[in-house]
Write a protein that binds this ligand. Sequence first.
Ligand code: NAP
Length: 252
Amino acid sequence: MTETTSLPAETHNPASGTIALVTGANSGIGLETARQLLDRGVTVWMGARDAEKGRLAADALGAGARFVRIDVADPASIDAAAEQVGDLGILVNNAGVNPGGEDIAATSLEQLRLAYETNVFGLIGVTQAFLPSLQRSAHPRIVNVSSGTGSLAWNSGPNPQFDWDRVKGGGLAYRTSKTAVNAVTLLTAQALGERFKVNALAPGLRATNLIPGMAVGGDPAEAAAGAVRLALLPDDGPTGALWSWDGTRAPW
Ligand code: NAP
């Protein structure tokens, strides 16, 4: 896998006719990623589990945006979406939940199951369903929207990314689900080889709906720019790594 420590500043121009799917594209980082891919001339399937929210979002972004219903926690809806979408060059696995809970003593199995069902099994299920289409693509790209809070290196001690003393040991369900996403990203990249570019994104803290009532953080568009950079990597770009939203390498 790659030794590179920063991404090329310039994204490559997508070939005409490039088609992307962004899951959870009706809000937050997913919506902004869809918007920026459209600006780059990519046709974007905007995945949403709620048809009304998804249609509204696709209508708002206009030409080139298409809505597809996809609940990543529902295998039947994933299969139906794969059938509807057909050809695909870029998969952005963005849909995610933070079901709350705190440390090991204050997290229910239900919260853990919800986090893993959506963030991990959902991501794997979508990737598997779209793999045949991606394999037919000339420049297949997979971007897994992970989190720096899932980095075992950053979770192991004080670091500049987050207030480790305050959060250490907490957020068991969400953070370990993102650690699993990181591991799945690495092994997927290894299995698919250098023709694919499979990378994970640490988007930084963003003001979105992820934690209802707690919309703190920076502009989701900035995180989306990081996702787009990974989605439009050139053929000699890196695969099998975790990247911060600003294009610098993050430790697993
Ligand atoms: P958001 O605005 O809440 O977006 C999450 C999206 O995922 C929504 O569209 C949501 O749909 C969708 N979703 C949830 N469960 C789903 C399911 N079962 N099937 C399909 N879609 C589903 O929050 P966000 O911050 O943009 O989150 C996007 C990604 O960034 C997530 O993977 C999150 O873990 C990651 N992330 C965010 C931050 C941050 O600070 N915001 C930091 C690190 C990582 P509904 O609208 O129907 O709920």
